[in-house]
Design a protein around this ligand. Structure first.
Ligand code: IPD
Ligand code: CA
Ligand code: CA
Length: 289
């Protein structure tokens, strides 16, 4: 599809392919859900599981995308394609199963997440929950939908009465002290917290107003590429922990919600920001070596 098309048609075309790919992976997830005979689990790193179904889903998604756009770059959690093609106009950022631990345990809260970047900017994305058959979609400039119905972030003016999604830094426990403080401060001010185990659905639920806000660090681009567009297109704010809206791809730390809730969550994070950022910097530096 040529890029001189009307951008809205262009983004819709990308979204259609993302949805097609997500639905085909979703069928595999449903077929193998709670099927101990077909799911083989292994540990990539400590407390970081992967199954043969994650890999199969990734394969199906890549096949669908490359069928339409053979040159495109795919950045996937379980494998990637055309990574050397840095000049590719489009990059598809794919989590074939977000919530693998839920999947392995038979907890029906998992998703396929696909975000599409065009010339470095996210222009389309979908998060698909195959168990509930809920499809969250967004295109840049056209709003966000759940199964084709428009969705919007909740309109809370403060943390009072809110439900906020959080997570423990389960794979990077060096951040636990700061995290606990941030969560305690949020808990003091909101109605309750949730730790659901699927980052892309946390974002999608914020977009749909089911959750009022969400923050988590130590994420990867495939966890949030689609979901952060959903939240923004649904009227929410998304930034890193310091309030920077362009830095979360680098840090992997995200905070989001309606404008007021987003601000209130940043206030809960702020007292620990310095020590959190120092650890993050050390981690990023060590990775560069
Ligand atoms: C995980 C989930 C989880 C988040 C983890 C992610 P995975 O993704 O999104 O909610 O807390 O940090 O890694 O490993 O199930 O794709
Ligand atoms: Ca993930
Ligand atoms: Ca995954």
């Amino acid at each position: 599809m040529a890029s001189h098309m009307n951008p809205h048609h262009q983004y819709r075309a990308y979204l259609n392919i993302a949805v097609k790919a997500a639905r085909s992976a979703g069928r595999l997830i449903v077929r193998n859900f709670e099927n101990a005979d077909t799911v083989q689990v292994s540990e990539k790193n400590k407390d970081d599981l992967v199954t043969n179904i994650d890999r199969e889903c990734q394969r199906t998604i890549a096949e669908t995308i490359l069928h339409f756009y053979p040159e495109d770059r795919i950045t996937g959690e379980e494998n990637s394609a055309n990574t050397e093609n840095v000049s590719a106009e489009r990059e598809w950022i794919v989590d074939p199963i977000d919530g693998t631990t839920n999947f392995v345990k038979g907890i029906p809260h998992v998703a396929v997440s696909i975000g599409v970047k065009f010339r470095g900017e996210t222009v389309a994305g979908c998060v698909y929950d195959p168990i509930l058959d809920e499809l969250f979609t967004a295109e840049k400039g056209s709003g966000a939908q759940l199964n084709d119905r428009k969705i919007h972030v909740s309109n809370r003016q403060s943390l009072n009465g809110t439900i906020i999604a959080v997570s423990y830094p389960h794979r990077k426990r060096q951040y636990l002290d700061e995290y606990r403080d941030m969560m305690n401060r949020a808990f003091d001010r909101c109605a309750d917290l949730r730790r659901m185990g699927t980052a892309s659905l946390d974002l999608a639920y914020v977009a749909a107003g089911r959750l009022d806000g969400y923050f988590e660090a130590c994420l990867y681009p495939w966890d949030f590429a689609a979901g952060e567009l959903l939240v923004r297109e649904a009227g929410g704010f998304v930034t890193d922990f310091s309030g920077d809206k362009d830095a979360f791809y680098k840090s992997g730390a995200i905070v989001c919600g309606s404008p007021h809730v987003h601000k209130a969550l940043l206030d809960c994070i702020a007292p620990d920001l310095k020590s959190f950022s120092k650890k993050l910097e050390e981690e990023l530096k060590a990775k560069e070596k």
